[in-house]
Design a protein around this ligand. Structure first.
Ligand code: ZN
Length: 428
C-alpha cells in the first residue's frame, strides 16, 4: 500500500510538473465570468407588460453567456464560469473558484435597482479602500503571487511567503490589482458611454463581498437599472444584451493590450494612461446635513446608493462613496452634483483614525415609545443602550474607536436584518 501510493505520488508529481511547465510556456489569459445571483436568489426584479417579470439573475446569465461565447473563440483565453445555468453558487464559492484558478481577471455582472424609477445608467465597482488588507490576507493564504507582467515575475521570482520582502511584494501587488481594476473598469464604462450611448455613472470604489476576497483584478459591473423603464427595456432585449457583452469584450481586449498581455508577447505596457497611485486619505462626498433621518432609497437621497450616514451633534450627515483614488473621488463628486446635490463637497478622512476623546456608536432605532423587550432588535442584540431625549427614545449599540470598526459592525447588523442604522459620533 505504502509503496504503491508513493509511486503514484511520484507519477502524479511528474505529471503535474509537466502539465505546469506546458501551461506555463503559454499561459492563457484566464477570465472568471460571474453571472450575479441565480437559483432561488433572483436579484432585483420588476414586472413589465412587454416582458412579464424581468429578473436580474436571467439578464446577468444571458450577458455572461454571450460574452463567454465571444471570448471562447479566441485561443488566448481560458474562460471559467461561476455558473452556466440557473443555480446559486455562494459568494465564497465564486471567489474561491476565482482564486484557485489563478485568474487574470474577475468580472461580476449585475443589474441595479432603485425604489424610484428615475435613476438609470451603468456603473462599475472596484474594491474599496478598506479592502486592501483582506485581499492581502487572501493572497497570503493562497500562498502564491499572481504576476501581472513579466517585470513582476523577475522581481518576485524568489518568492517566499514568510519573508518580509514578500509581504512588501504582496502589498505592491494589491495596489496593482486596484490600479488594474480601475483601468479595466474605465474601459468598460468608456465603451458603454461612447459605443452604446448610455449614461455612465462612472467607476466607483466600494467594499463589496464578491470583490473583497479576490486575489486578482476584479470588477462588478452594474449594467443598468431594472427599475427604470428605458433601461429595463434595453436589459431585457437581445440587442441590449449583445451590446453590453460586446462592450465588455472590447474592454477586455483594450485591457489585455494595455497591460502588455498580447498574444503571449511581453510587450511594454502602453503608456495610454498615467499610473494612478492611491492617496493616503479616504474621500467621501458630503451630500447634505439635516436634522432629519432618511433611510436607504428615500427620495431625498436622489437615487444614490451606498450612503454612509453619520450623526454628529444631533445632525445627520449624508456621505456618498468611499475612495482613496483621486479620479474616483472626482467622479463621485460629479455623480453627486449630477444627481442634484449642487453643494456636494469632498471630505477627507484619515483611514482607521482612532478618536482621542469620545467614541463611535450605532444608532439602531429612534422611537416615540419604548421598544418592547420582545422586539427583534432587542432580542438579537445584547447590551443595547437606551436614552431618552426630548420625549424620544434613542437606542444605540456598541462603542468603537474608529469609523471603520463601526462600519464593519454596521454591516454585520445588516446581515442580521437590522437595516437603516446610523453611525453616531459622540465627542464625550
Ligand atoms: Zn446584483
Amino acid at each position: 500500500m505504502i509503496s504503491n501510493s508513493f509511486s503514484f505520488k511520484k507519477y502524479f508529481l511528474f505529471f503535474f510538473v509537466l502539465l505546469f511547465s506546458l501551461s506555463g510556456a503559454q499561459k492563457k489569459f484566464t477570465i472568471v465570468l460571474d453571472a450575479g445571483h441565480g437559483g432561488s436568489d433572483h436579484g432585483a426584479n420588476r414586472y413589465y407588460s412587454e416582458y412579464g417579470t424581468l429578473r436580474e439573475k436571467d439578464i446577468t446569465l444571458a450577458v455572461v453567456l454571450k460574452l463567454g461565447r465571444m471570448l471562447e473563440k479566441d485561443k488566448d483565453f481560458k474562460i471559467i464560469y461561476t455558473r452556466k445555468i440557473d443555480e446559486y453558487p455562494s459568494l465564497t464559492d465564486r471567489t474561491t473558484l476565482a482564486n484557485r484558478s489563478k485568474a487574470d481577471l474577475f468580472i461580476s455582472v449585475h443589474v441595479n435597482a432603485n425604489t424610484k424609477t428615475s435613476p438609470y445608467g451603468t456603473e462599475t465597482f472596484v474594491q474599496g479602500p478598506d479592502q486592501n488588507k483582506t485581499n492581502l490576507e487572501v493572497a497570503k493564504a493562497e500562498n502564491d503571487v499572481i504576476y501581472l507582467d513579466e517585470k513582476d515575475r523577475q522581481m518576485f521570482a524568489s518568492y517566499d511567503p514568510k519573508s518580509p520582502e514578500s509581504l512588501i511584494a504582496l502589498k505592491i501587488q494589491q495596489s496593482k490589482y486596484l490600479e488594474s481594476s480601475l483601468l479595466f473598469g474605465s474601459f468598460v464604462e468608456g465603451n458603454f458611454e461612447k459605443k452604446d450611448k448610455r449614461y455612465s455613472r462612472g467607476v466607483k470604489q466600494q467594499n463589496l463581498h464578491v470583490l473583497r476576497l479576490n486575489a486578482m483584478p476584479s470588477v462588478l459591473i452594474e449594467t443598468g437599472f431594472i427599475s427604470n423603464y428605458d433601461d429595463a427595456m434595453y436589459l431585457g432585449s437581445e440587442k441590449g444584451q449583445n451590446e453590453i457583452a460586446d462592450s465588455i469584450y472590447d474592454a477586455i481586449m483594450s485591457y489585455k493590450k494595455a497591460i502588455g498581455r498580447n498574444d503571449g508577447a511581453t510587450a511594454k505596457p502602453e503608456a495610454a494612461k498615467p499610473e494612478e497611485k492611491p492617496l493616503k486619505n479616504d474621500f467621501r462626498i458630503l451630500l447634505m446635513s439635516s436634522p432629519s433621518k432618511y433611510n436607504n432609497n428615500d427620495p431625498a437621497l436622489k437615487g444614490l446608493n451606498y450612503i454612509l450616514t453619520l450623526k454628529e451633534n444631533g445632525m445627520y450627515k449624508y456621505y456618498y462613496g468611499t475612495t482613496n483614488m483621486a479620479s474616483v473621488r472626482d467622479n463621485n463628486l460629479k455623480s453627486a452634483k449630477d444627481a442634484g446635490f449642487r453643494n456636494a463637497t469632498s471630505i477627507s478622512f484619515i483611514p482607521n483614525q482612532k478618536l482621542g476623546i469620545g467614541y463611535y456608536t450605532i444608532e439602531i432605532a429612534v422611537s416615540e415609545q419604548k421598544l418592547s423587550a420582545n422586539s427583534y432588535m432587542l432580542n438579537t442584540l445584547k447590551d443595547v443602550v437606551r436614552t431618552k431625549e426630548n420625549g424620544k427614545f434613542y437606542y444605540t449599540y456598541g462603542r468603537f474607536s474608529s469609523l471603520e470598526e463601526a462600519v464593519k459592525v454596521q454591516k454585520t447588523l445588516e446581515d442580521k436584518g437590522i437595516k437603516n442604522t446610523v453611525i453616531q459620533k459622540n465627542l464625550k
